[in-house]
Design a protein around this ligand. Sequence first.
Ligand code: SF4
Length: 120
Amino acid sequence: MKKAVLLCACSFACPSMKDLNFAELAERVRLELPHDFMLLHPRLCEANGEELLADLIKNDGVVYITAACKPEKQYKLFRDGFQKAGVEMTDKNFRPVWIQFKNTDQAFEEIKKALEELEK
Ligand code: SF4
């Protein structure tokens, strides 16, 4: 499986992400963590984020590690994108990671942990 890391910055304005430096986080993920591709989007749950997800998800053999709000919320927010792609959301293709209320180091560690879990 290819590993895609999707970072959602919640408009770069959410108080719950005030301690996160997304530029630094993206560069650290790029340089330090094993993955196939990464993108940083300002608001994945809005219409154009959903369109992007729907198009991406059509690709077989990719697991999406989405670093964003609470996993419970992500399951709801991204469900439409999976439905539009005609792909069932499972833990084989979708691994939500919670990065709210974390600083850059903590968010990095959460993403790292999610990538490591894929190896088990
Ligand atoms: S998916 Fe979550 S983190 Fe991303 S913009 Fe929507 S509410 Fe914010």
